[in-house]
Write a protein that binds this ligand. Structure first.
Ligand code: SOE
Length: 378
């Protein structure tokens, strides 16, 4: 065993930067048995990888996963690369008993996520951890909401409303990127951000979505290429999606995901109605949770400040009222990951959970084609 926990990050876009920050911040706030070192950046193109490693202050680079594994000095592979690389990187790493954290949605298809979940099950038998990057589970207000639901504060769940809206594709002149190519990303808004609200809803309610009916739409079928050739390329994924989901105990979910929604830089909303009360969460006010309690004279929503002692992660961070943000959720994610590695606690979200999300995405895509309800059984 080496003196430190050595992490390799795969990919060098936004999420690699977010994760590198999280790995470095986490040991300041959470107990870890050994120092954590972001040791290697794994990319595909040597020059781009080196440039990215320099800017992320990562000392070493690799451009081949087999070579990375063969070094024998990497404990964790943290995959922040596009979806089409997920299965190709994950499976050999797990087989070599390297722990894997993989960004969401895992893989680009049901086939990918099934293979990854199977590899994770086998690796678990050897104490190897595989976790998916659904960071929103680790928002304190979401943890608090889940505990309230588990304690019965809402009674039984009647309906769930989930919405994830962004605006970064509202301009038709925004060029192509891997996120707009089906073969690289699998889905558009549906997979990129719709997957978050599917995972959140299933996590909060504690039930799977078993059937969906949905509709996806691509507003701008072509965009400028991402090279400077002045040409255009076909967009092969959705810009927006809306769907209904039936949960295993019969409650109904209404969902919407869009990357072409003016005014919404990054709005995640989730509301849950139960027989005795309701909850509402909005990422734009992520340090709060709204709670309504029924009774003879039902009140409106009451605002709960979820910062500080007595609230999830409240003793780890700043005193009450100072608040947490997007980056903290990734610190929580990697802290949970390390806890699983060091103490064998249950992985959440697991690759099985992530495969279940993929099966919901696949059912929505198929429902868009058939116009009918489609089962998520896979
Ligand atoms: C882009 O839509 C994106 O980076 C998502 O891929 C992430 O999951 C989300 O955290 C922020 O927005």
């Amino acid at each position: 065993m080496s003196d430190s926990i050595r992490v390799a990050i795969a990919g060098h876009g936004l999420m690699a930067r977010v994760h590198a920050h999280a790995w470095r911040t986490m040991p300041y706030f959470f107990q870890v048995g050994r120092p954590v070192e972001v040791a290697v950046l794994l990319g595909t193109d040597p020059e781009r990888t080196q440039r990215a490693a320099d800017s992320l202050h990562i000392r070493q680079t690799e451009t081949d996963v087999q070579r990375l594994i063969a070094r024998g000095d990497i404990d964790i592979l943290d995959i922040c690369a596009p979806g089409d690389a997920h299965a190709r990187l994950t499976i050999p790493a797990l087989e070599a008993r390297v722990h894997v954290l993989c960004e969401k949605p895992v893989g680009t298809s049901l086939e990918d996520s099934r293979r990854m979940a199977d590899a994770a099950s086998k690796a678990t038998a050897h104490g190897v951890v595989a976790m998916a990057g659904y960071n929103l589970r680790h928002v304190p207000a979401i943890q608090e909401a889940r505990a309230l639901i588990r304690d019965g504060a809402l009674g039984s769940v009647i309906s769930i409303r989930g919405q994830y809206l962004q605006d970064w594709l509202t301009d038709p002149a925004t060029p192509m990127s891997w996120r707009l190519r089906k073969e690289r990303a699998g889905y558009g808004a549906l997979g990129d951000i719709g997957s978050h609200i599917i995972d959140l809803a299933q996590y909060l309610v504690g039930e799977d979505i078993v059937e969906t009916i949905g509709y996806t739409r691509t507003e701008w079928a072509q965009r400028p290429t991402d090279s400077s050739d002045g040409g255009h390329e076909a967009v092969t994924v959705d810009d927006s999606a809306a769907w209904l989901g039936r949960f295993s105990q019969g409650s109904v979910g209404t969902f919407e995901a869009s990357r072409v929604s003016h005014g919404h830089h990054n709005q995640v909303r989730i509301e849950i109605d139960g027989t005795r009360g309701a909850l509402a969460f909005d990422f734009e006010r992520m340090n709060e949770l709204l709670v309504a309690q029924g009774g003879r004279e039902p009140g409106t929503f009451r605002k709960l400040d979820v910062t500080g002692t007595g609230h999830p992660y409240g003793d780890v961070w700043w005193p009450a009222g100072l608040g947490l943000a997007y980056d903290h959720t990734f610190v929580h994610l990697v802290a949970a990951f390390i806890d699983c590695v060091e103490t064998g606690t249950r992985v959440s979200p697991s690759f099985r959970d992530a495969h279940q999300v993929q099966s919901v995405l696949a059912s929505i895509e198929s429902s868009t084609r058939t116009g009918r309800w489609v089962s998520t059984a896979s």
